[in-house]
Ligand binder design. Structure first.
Ligand code: HAM
Length: 430
């Protein structure tokens, strides 16, 4: 039986055109990170299973992971996310000057049902600050996120950064009557709100709260539209966790981050978040899974020893972001149609291959991107090949050119021909 030409479901493969777009996206993300003083790091793809079982929570490590026993009998996992590895790396550095500002572009693996924006092998851009307890760190990572959206020319009207706080929500849930023993189930139910039909969610919430009166209050809390909602203000009277989010809201307003909106329904599915949490979503409805999620995690690094180092950051799916950019036609044509070279060297016959090669070396040394013909086809076909690639100029190498040292260079868009020495052609191209 012939082997399948398809990769495994949800696994990532990129043809050059797709790769070019992905590279444009990842290069732009890297640029934004570097502009804000973040340094790049990386970690292993294969990790001990225990690292994620303990840190990410049951759903991700248990139900969605690629895990197996390696040949040495170790239980290992293909990393489903980066944050536990990052926490371990930071915990292991004795003399690290804090805070650190690091970013990464890891391939991650999750055994999810493949669907629009969710696959099994994906690039996830991560940006984190570790070692700062100040709300300035949350503000800074959201500013980078907003800077990314600005650099991609996404207007604030097509996305929203919904944010809330786990600390605040724990406090607010207690004030609604949620018992500590049911809090995790209620958080989990809130996290599922946008992925479920209204009635089904109401039932799930009532089950999690074990009381319909409490569930009604939690539903009111989750749908509170602003921090000045009278019901919410009344509920949170005298609360320091509420003061913290009011302060953070003020910071966002003062800096003018209009895309960030207080959203008590955002609690995040991962267990390690402790403070401010946020998610970036498409408000147009075409991409219904979050593009980005993050928040503060106070206790993750401390689990590796006795050093308590708080972290704050986010993960952003490169595929999810690319789909969003494509939806709103925000990938420039110059990226989609970029030519792989500036000059095509057409070779008249096999006798001129070596001369064509020498000319290619000359141009490349001058920093010009050159594609030399390797098809051996007729000249007309070589010109068509250059055109197909979108290459703007063709230099022909035949016996006359080799003898005189003067080459014909044709610009395909207007048919203008220039004849000159390699130095003259190179000057003209540059
Ligand atoms: P997360 O919410 O699990 O957070 O993932 C963040 C983003 O990664 C998602 O919003 C989505 O764009 C992308 N993503 C997640 N799963 C998939 C998938 N199966 N296919 C394609 N893209 C996906 C975290 O992973 C946290 N560790 C982020 C973080 C960093 N928090 C603090 N620092």
């Amino acid at each position: 039986m012939a082997l399948s030409t398809k990769p495994l479901s949800g696994m990532r493969q990129r043809l050059p055109g797709e790769f070019r777009v992905e590279k444009y996206v990842t290069d732009t993300l890297s640029l934004c990170s570097v502009q804000a003083g973040f340094e790049e790091y990386d970690g292993p793809v294969v990790e001990p299973f225990a690292l994620f079982a303990a840190k990410s929570g049951g759903e991700l490590a248990g139900k969605q992971s690629y895990c197996f026993t390696d040949r040495g009998g170790r239980e290992v996992i293909l990393r489903p996310e980066m944050t536990p590895s990052l926490a371990r790396m930071v915990a292991a550095q004795g003399e690290l000057q804090l805070p650190v500002r690091w970013y990464s572009m890891p391939l991650c693996y999750r055994y999810e049902r493949p669907q629009r924006g969710r696959v099994r092998e994906f690039l996830q851009y991560n940006l984190d600050i570790l070692g700062s307890e100040s709300l300035a760190a949350e503000l800074e990572v959201i500013l980078v996120l907003q800077g990314i959206m600005n650099l991609f020319r996404a207007p604030a009207s097509i996305y929203r950064i919904g944010w809330s706080s786990r600390r605040f929500m724990a406090d607010a849930l207690a004030r609604c009557g949620v018992d500590q023993s049911t809090r995790a189930a209620v958080f989990s139910a809130i996290d599922k709100r946008d992925k479920m039909k209204g009635e089904v969610w109401t039932e799930l919430l009532a089950d999690a709260c074990a009381s319909s009166t409490i569930a009604d209050k939690v539903a009111s809390l989750v749908s509170a539209g602003s921090l000045s909602d009278p019901w919410l203000m009344d509920l949170m009277q005298g609360s320091s966790t509420f003061d913290e989010i009011v302060k953070f809201n003020g910071l966002l307003e003062d800096v003018g981050v209009t895309s960030a909106v207080f959203s008590p329904g955002v609690v995040r599915g991962l267990d390690y978040y402790t403070g401010i949490v946020f998610e970036l979503v498409d408000t147009g409805g075409e991409n219904n899974r979050s593009l980005c999620g993050g928040g503060r995690y106070d206790d993750l690094v401390g689990l590796f020893g006795n050093k308590k180092i708080s972290g704050v950051g986010f993960g952003l799916g490169v595929l999810t972001l690319t789909l969003f950019l494509e939806t709103y036609s925000l990938i420039p044509d110059s990226v989609k149609k970029a030519a792989p070279a500036e000059v095509y060297i057409a070779v008249l016959s096999p006798d001129e291959i070596a001369s064509a090669g020498s000319l290619a070396i000359f141009f490349r040394r001058d920093g010009i991107r050159v594609m030399m013909d390797v098809s051996g086809k007729k000249l007309g076909k070589q010109y068509s090949e250059a055109e197909r690639y979108g290459i703007s100029s063709v230099v022909t190498v035949g016996p006359d050119e080799v003898e005189t040292g003067l080459y014909r260079m044709k610009t395909l868009s207007d048919g203008v021909v220039f004849t000159g020495s390699p130095e003259e052609l190179s000057r003209r191209l540059r």
